[in-house]
Design a protein around this ligand. Sequence first.
Ligand code: G3I
Length: 435
Amino acid sequence: MRPIILFVVVVVSLLGWPSAAARRAARDGRADAGLQAWARQRDFYVGAAVAMQPFKDERAYQETLKREFNVCVAENAFKFDSVHPAKDRYNFAETDALVAFTQANGMKLRGHTLVWHKQLPAWLTQGSYSRAEAVSLLKDHITTLVKRYQGKIWAWDVVNEAVAEDEAGLRKNSFWYQKIGPDYLKLAFQFAHEADPNALLYYNDFSAEDTGRKSKDVYNLVRELKRQGVPLHGVGWQMHVDGDFKIKPAHRDNARRLAELGLEISITELDVRMPLPLTPTAATRQAAVYRDVADFCLRQPNCKALVLWGFTDKHSWIPQVFPGAGDALIFDADYRPKPAYATLQQSLQAAGTSAPKVTSAALNGEHLTVRGDNFGPGAQVLINWKRQRTESDKQSPAALLVRKVATLINPGRQVTLQVQNADGKLSPEYNFTLQ
Ligand code: G3I
């Protein structure tokens, strides 16, 4: 029998948005839908670095993360000294907690960072190891961490800040460079890929976003790694900037030449530090920088994510390192949105939505669970002509539950699913047979 194409309009509700009101708000362009509600309609990820102390202690911290972001990264928890405090001891308490949180809230998670010259434990830096022993330690660390979270880490910053700041080429003041030599980068990416072949593997750095000397060195590094067939998928642009920052043609040129290597980019650590105290005029200037960077990333085809280095001024690394500067993020110390929040939302709203993608649909008992990307608030699933009541699947927020759908679709029938987002953009058709 010709597969019967059945349609029913089902409203998609995803726990990523706290309520139907938020979905309506997003559809009507009102402010009370989180930033991630807009990102999800655009095949885009907006996120923040997570400090584990407030994550554990402050209710508003997790609530804001859940409402606003669809990708997270640990500010410190995944770093070598935190997760591997002794040669034969790992500490996964904080990393497990963050993985569980992102899994429970349909969020992606970036792994930061497997190999860096900073935040290394004394047992490593003060030990005396041969090259072979150092390679073995590197492999053990990467394999243990990446395998543990296989399938739960979207992208790893495999190597962070390996290019020198004030001279050409690789930085020499790195334990890994000194013990293993320049090949440590290639080995690190290969170990990570073996441990999780599906994870995106990034090289991450700062002050290498335009076409200056350091950017050129990063470009040459990743081009050589790609030439050697090293599994490398993206370059992270940290973007710790100040209120004078502006996106220039050089940024687009750099993004383009990386795309020509087949590489994606992500803005991985954006914050915009300002002189304290932050005046309303300065807050407006800061908001313009956030808008400029977000517009750039949303319009640059190979720019996949915009991740801030924190999200509330109450918890930021900036004041400890830049005396007299701070208030670099989009929520103030009382978790109230600043002008930069509004300009980020405007940037997301202005960016055209992407066609939704249906990634899976499963019938369990008499209800149907549909998963996908780019649904966004107010998206609808078309199956079987009739509108159904829908609930969020409590177990997996990034999914919808359609009850009693089986009674409408005789078992054994081919069904075609499509998702239509609030802009009317339709997904490709997804065929499956109801058992
Ligand atoms: O964990 C110890 C704690 O036991 C001790 O009591 C406390 C007081 O000394 O220090 C704690 O370690 C601190 C660590 O953050 C965890 O909170 C270190 O002193 C502190 O230096 C470290 O700062 C982090 C910094 O990386 C280290 O270089 C910042 O929080 C973090 O935001 C920053 O993040 C980096 C990215 O990973 C890479 N790109 C640059 C970015 C900013 O530096």
